[in-house]
Design a protein around this ligand. Structure first.
Ligand code: SF4
Length: 343
């Protein structure tokens, strides 16, 4: 007669607490960029057309004046520190005015690894910047070359270290699936990003936009994007690693801009990409925690009801193997996960 013992595992969902403050993004498409990276079309990706700085400032000033609740402000879509210093100051001075009047509580900007140095970081810190997001994309020198980035992987690592050493929060943007980027290189990138200990991560799997150099490479047969399944699996794996290290993942995949969708030629884009990845990360988390043990009863937070089974019940077969089937699962309003497992 088998004498299986039932033990209850109590698990906290691995995602670090999300930041409550709302981010007001200001897109400055290609502003300050030294060239065009093969995959990039900021205008399509953000749905924002380049405008004169004076016009952006005027619109921004009006918008910030109407804000009533605390917010964070971010300058994205280009290479902020590639702008001449006078233009940078116009934006930073405007932010400083709204900081002084109270509601602006966090200021961030994005830039390229090869357009940042110790003096610039010190200046930005004096000017009230809290976080620099580095558009790393990959740390792999060959993949960077294939993508027209124009610097080596070491430069990206050094840029990230400088930001933290300069006393600012670090954000890292990664782009799996660039030309020549396979799973092994991606996992090395994730390992490097983890060691650099950013506060936040954004992951945008590489897609092909009409009119980019990547599109021409795709048409010539020199580039194949990752499949959606691969992008979900690899991003899900990475997200779990970041969560477990206490790093917040604040963006998964490109937003569904109408213009972008019309020019999307190929690649792992899906409107539910973020929730597909979160489901994958949850499945992996449960699988790793169970380490071969079977579940006889599971109680999960109600907010995970959709995520547990996955988009189109994609997780269901793998969960079945863990003993997690519909009849054994209940959802409750508490935050922890309780799993009865057979020892
Ligand atoms: S990826 Fe960044 S640096 Fe390259 S063109 Fe786009 S915004 Fe500029």
């Amino acid at each position: 007669m088998s004498m299986e013992k039932i033990r209850t595992l109590r698990l906290a969902h691995p995602e670090p607490e999300r930041q409550k403050i709302r981010l007001v993004p200001v897109f400055l498409p290609f502003a300050g960029c030294p060239g065009r990276c093969v995959f990039c079309d900021q205008q399509l990706q953000t749905g924002v057309r380049p405008q004169a700085s004076s016009q952006v400032l005027e619109t921004l000033e009006g918008r910030l004046s109407r804000e009533e609740k605390p917010y964070a402000l971010g300058f994205f879509g280009g290479t902020f520190t590639g702008l001449d210093e006078r233009s940078q100051n116009l934006f930073l001075n405007l932010a400083a005015r709204f900081r002084a009047s109270g509601q602006l509580q966090h200021l961030r900007l994005s830039t390229r690894p090869d357009r940042i140095d110790v003096d610039t970081i010190a200046r930005l810190r004096r000017d009230g910047v809290d976080m620099i997001e580095i558009g790393v994309q990959t740390f792999d020198t060959d993949v960077l070359r294939n993508s027209g980035r124009g610097y080596a992987g070491q430069v990206a690592e050094e840029a990230c270290r400088m930001v933290r050493a300069g006393g600012l929060e670090l954000g890292i943007q990664l782009l799996p699936g660039l030309p020549g980027h396979g799973e092994a290189t991606w996992r090395e990138d994730v390992g490097k990003a983890l060691r650099l200990a950013p506060s936040v991560i954004r992951i945008y799997p590489c897609v092909v936009m009409a009119g980019t150099e990547l599109d021409r490479m795709f048409i010539r047969g020199e580039y194949s994007p990752w499949s959606l399944d691969l992008a979900v699996a690899e991003t899900g794996w990475a997200v779990l690693r970041f969560w477990e290290a206490g790093i917040r993942v604040i963006r998964l995949g490109l937003a569904s801009e109408r213009e972008m969708l019309a020019k999307l030629m190929a690649g792992p884009w899906h409107p539910a990409f973020g929730s597909m990845v979160r489901s994958e990360a949850l499945r992996l988390f449960l699988q790793e925690k169970l380490a071969g043990r079977k579940v006889s009863r599971a109680l999960l937070p109600r907010r995970l009801q959709g995520e547990l089974w996955g988009h189109g019940r994609a997780n269901a077969p793998a969960l079945e193997h863990l003993g997690i089937s519909r009849d054994r699962v209940a959802f409750w309003p508490e935050q922890d996960i309780f799993l009865d497992v057979e020892e």
